[in-house]
Design a binder for this molecule. Structure first.
Ligand SMILES: Cc1cc2nc3c(=O)[nH]c(=O)nc-3n(C[C@H](O)[C@H](O)[C@H](O)COP(=O)(O)OP(=O)(O)OC[C@H]3O[C@@H](n4cnc5c(N)ncnc54)[C@H](O)[C@@H]3O)c2cc1C
Ligand SMILES: NC(=O)c1ccc[n+]([C@@H]2O[C@H](COP(=O)([O-])OP(=O)(O)OC[C@H]3O[C@@H](n4cnc5c(N)ncnc54)[C@H](O)[C@@H]3O)[C@@H](O)[C@H]2O)c1
Length: 474
């Protein structure tokens, strides 16, 4: 171990959280170091949000040929897909997104260390046999896919995760997807739409992070039209000569490859958190203040997936900024977190905004809903599948939350997030113009349905003008 050097701030991890922190730190000091192990380019751009969305776009484009005949477009059955070319495009654009994340560290190469860092005490870290002391530390080391040890032994030709999926040159014809959270749902549908025979297993009854069973069931029904999907089916894997047998309590299937999407684990093992004078829970996690990202009472801040709060890009970036701001401030600042919002990019899309159904179960709410089966614009586009449920406070009529599995969920969830963050009532949201014919007309139906159930009357969307004034016409 070489002699300790001294710096003001060390950021461990050059992912989205670490780079967001870096931007804040750079505004105040040059006396920092950024340490990263392994590949640069962020999980989001390399193996996460971006390549997954690239695959989904290709899969959806090909899948929509099934709507062509009804539109009057002929010979859709003659279209074919070149999986190798699909993955080629995924990697090509992925590389472009990765390169754009590298620009932020290009100018600070003398402050970047490549290596695995770990804590050696409250203000000391070690990396590449070097000890560095520092005033403040940000741990932004991300997370990695969970793969049970006996599944891992089957080998990476048959067992894939999102770390390896996008590197495939081609895919085998039969694939199982294990886990029906965001990753499992997005990838199972995309792989199925690319022409792979997919069988998907989820241990729980609910899908895609939804907590409202009515909404989740509608999503399940829509997905079941495309591939085999088993819920309440905790799966185990047994290797066979030709592939892998997937076994759950009531189902069994043999496949060529398995995509494991059973969750992600924070990269905090071996990080040396036990050298801090704080208690750790049974998963080895310290208590992290979500508003400051500080490990209470220490000079250590944990941001992004590493903190296992919400593994969502906008939350991760916020945490990086909060941590970055705090390590260069005199005191510790606590910041409000944004209205919760999560979106799963399936068709129909799934979203939870504000408080979830599960969080509101005990509260005094009314629920307004709309079924998209008969919604005008959705029918025109052959996208008429889905359900939106909006939760209002029964007394005030304020929007508290919503869950949906419906067309354009990603957009409607944003509109509702704005309304919730502004503490608007359904009547106030209904005062905005809603064009015709648009998918938002469905959202309006759900809001009106909720309003009708309120104790106080909120019957009419239009506000009354003041007394008629002639100058208004001039
Ligand atoms: C397939 C997939 C799809 C996703 N899609 C979406 C989406 O559509 N929308 C959304 O909001 N979110 C999505 N996410 C989640 C989002 O990508 C992550 O929440 C986010 O990328 C995490 O960023 P981070 O900075 O915490 O970690 P990372 O970007 O993983 O950065 C951590 C860095 O720390 C390094 N590191 C680890 N240990 C050490 C160590 N000991 N010393 C030094 N360096 C270390 C790592 O190598 C890495 O470079 C998706 C995730 C996946 C996997
Ligand atoms: N669109 C998005 O925003 C997006 C997309 C992808 C990933 N992500 C983020 O990445 C994180 C990880 O996603 P994820 O889907 O891997 O994790 P997850 O924890 O959300 O879901 C994993 C699921 O696997 C199930 N499971 C565990 N063991 C099982 C078994 N043996 N058999 C069957 N099911 C089993 C669990 O019950 C759970 O429902 C999420 O927190 C999510 O926020 C977000």
């Amino acid at each position: 171990m070489t002699q300790a050097t001294q710096t003001d701030v060390i950021i461990i991890g050059a992912g989205t959280a670490g780079l967001a922190a870096l931007k804040q730190v750079q505004k105040e000091t040059d006396n920092f170091l950024l340490i990263n192990e392994g590949e640069y380019g962020t999980t989001c751009a390399r193996v996460g949000c971006m390549p997954s969305k690239l695959l989904i776009e290709a899969a959806n484009a090909y899948h929509h040929r099934h709507t062509f005949a009804e539109f009057g477009i002929q010979h859709a059955d003659q279209l074919t897909i070149d999986i190798a070319a699909v993955f080629e495009r995924v990697r090509h654009l992925r590389d472009y997104f990765v390169s754009s994340t590298l620009s932020s560290i290009r100018d600070i190469e003398d402050k970047v260390i490549t290596g695995r860092a770990c804590l050696k005490g409250p203000n000391t870290i070690s990396v590449n046999d070097q000890l560095i002391t520092t005033k403040k530390i940000i741990i932004a080391t991300g997370s990695r896919p969970i793969v049970p040890a006996d599944w891992e032994q089957i080998g990476n030709k048959k067992i894939l995760t999102t770390n390896t999926l996008f590197e495939q040159k081609n895919l085998k014809p039969r694939m199982a997807v294990i886990g029906l959270g965001a990753i499992g749902i997005e990838m199972a549908q995309a792989l199925s739409r690319l022409g792979i025979k997919v069988t998907a297993f989820g241990a729980e009854s609910l899908l895609a992070g939804l907590t409202d069973k009515k909404v989740s069931d509608v999503l399940k029904q829509a997905l079941a039209e495309e591939f085999d999907i088993f819920t309440e089916a905790k799966a185990d894997l047994i290797e066979t000569e030709t592939g892998v047998k997937v076994v759950s309590e009531h189902n069994e299937v043999e496949v060529d490859q398995v995509l494991v999407a059973v969750g992600r684990r924070p990269n905090l093992d071996g990080m040396g958190l036990n050298t801090l004078d704080v208690s750790l829970d049974d998963k080895g996690m310290p208590e992290i203040n979500p508003n400051s990202t500080q490990v209470e009472g220490t000079a250590v801040f944990i941001a992004g997936d590493a903190g296992a709060n919400k593994m969502l890009l906008h939350e991760v970036a916020d945490e990086g900024r909060i941590a970055g701001h705090n390590v260069v401030s005199d005191g510790i600042n606590a910041y409000c977190r944004r209205t919760p919002l999560s979106v799963v990019f399936s068709e129909p899309g799934a979203a939870v905004v504000g408080l979830s159904h599960a969080e509101l179960e005990e509260q005094n709410i009314v629920i307004g809903e709309v079924d998209y089966a008969d919604q005008g614009r959705a029918r025109a586009a052959q996208r008429n599948k889905g359900l939106m449920r909006i939760y209002l406070d029964k007394e005030s009529g304020k929007l508290l939350g919503a869950e949906m599995a419906c067309p354009a969920a990603e957009h409607m969830a944003h509109t509702l997030a704005l309304a919730i963050s502004q503490e608007l009532t359904a009547t106030q949201v209904l005062a905005m113009p809603i064009y015709h014919p648009v998918l938002e007309e469905g959202m309006r139906t759900a809001l009106r349905h909720a309003n009708k159930q309120l104790q106080a009357s909120h019957g009419f969307d239009l506000s009354r003008c003041d007394a008629f004034q002639a100058e208004a016409l001039d």
